[in-house]
Design a protein around this ligand. Sequence first.
Ligand SMILES: *Cc1c(COP(=O)(O)O)cnc(C)c1O
Length: 393
Amino acid sequence: MAFEPDASHSGSDPRLAGGRLTVDLDALVHNYRALAGRSPSARVAGVVKGDGYGLGAAKVAGALWRAGCRTFFVALPAEGIALRAALPDAQIFVLNGLFGPEAVPAYGAHRLIPMLGSQGDISCWEAYGWDSDVPRPCAIHVDTGMNRLGLSLDEARSFAAENALTGAITPLLLISHLACGDAPDHPMNRQQLESFQAVRQIFPEIESSLSNSAGTFLGPDFAFDLVRPGIALYGGGAGPHSAGVVKPVATAEARVVQIRRAQTGDTVSYGGSQRLTRDTTIAVASVGYADGYHRSGSGAGVPLREAVANGGFGFLHGQRVPVLGRVTMDLTLFDVTDLAPGVLAQGDWIEVFGPNVPIDEAATAAGTIAYELLTSLGQRYHRRYVGGESSTE
Ligand SMILES: *Cc1c(COP(=O)(O)O)cnc(C)c1O
């Protein structure tokens, strides 16, 4: 497997970077196929908003395309423009609505398909939308309980009746979004499913899509024509049933820049909030909250954290090593006292999440979710992509 540096990030020179991020495109493709296997009646789209959940949209979308994925979702028209440059023939939907008349020309110029989720979006698209082989292609977003984006059931009904007469715009896809997909027993899942089935009766001709990653684990009723996974493609958990189905895709590691000894009773890091209860060997690692290694994952001194009292941990030389004291902007301290003497050297790499520190656990330790860890990674990691080159349909 070739290592391919990515010059678009400030961490492009591996000798100079404090952190390194390895993105395993083979694992990404594995996850794509695993999700396809779970929803055999549906196509699997790739959700690549937020720069492909922080992992590089062009790179991950390219690997998904080579694996046979043809439909992609981004959040913003600007993300759609960037993705179009990488994938000239992909079908690209823009989730966040239309952004008004000033944004419409970008949709036409780059063949982006807007998600219309309000009366305002619809009027705007009717007035300005572009014609391809069909007049003003779009997707219709209907709200079934999330109360974030989307037409109400009544709005959808009156739009459908009107558009049946005028034919002004061409809906290609009907979507709604689950609020509680990662909690399989939550009654909202069934309620949203039933509402969505009712909306489908209004638009019987067009394809429909309800499920995000977690939805693909709720059973075949939730698959419809297209599923829209994001986080599970990137190796994050998507509810209790995704464990063991998806492989980790991203590995983040931090360089050990110093190894030091401290005594029982000393305090560690800002605030002096962690007092050592034994003589301790500390690995000072070059990762901090400027790299999305959240301060809330500190070893001590986080009064609001409840989920994981002791904070985050790293992994090196075959062992878990806990975070000591507060995570700082550029550096984090790890307790490496229990490593065998002499194994640790300056310049070693501590895994902060990856195959040995599941990203969901690292996120929980910081009181957050894998989505937020990935999208906060920032620009300082040296990024490398492995695998993916030879994937075919
Ligand atoms: C982000 C998003 C998805 C993907 O969600 P995951 O939980 O990451 O799988 C799907 N649909 C919509 C509307 C989204 O906003």
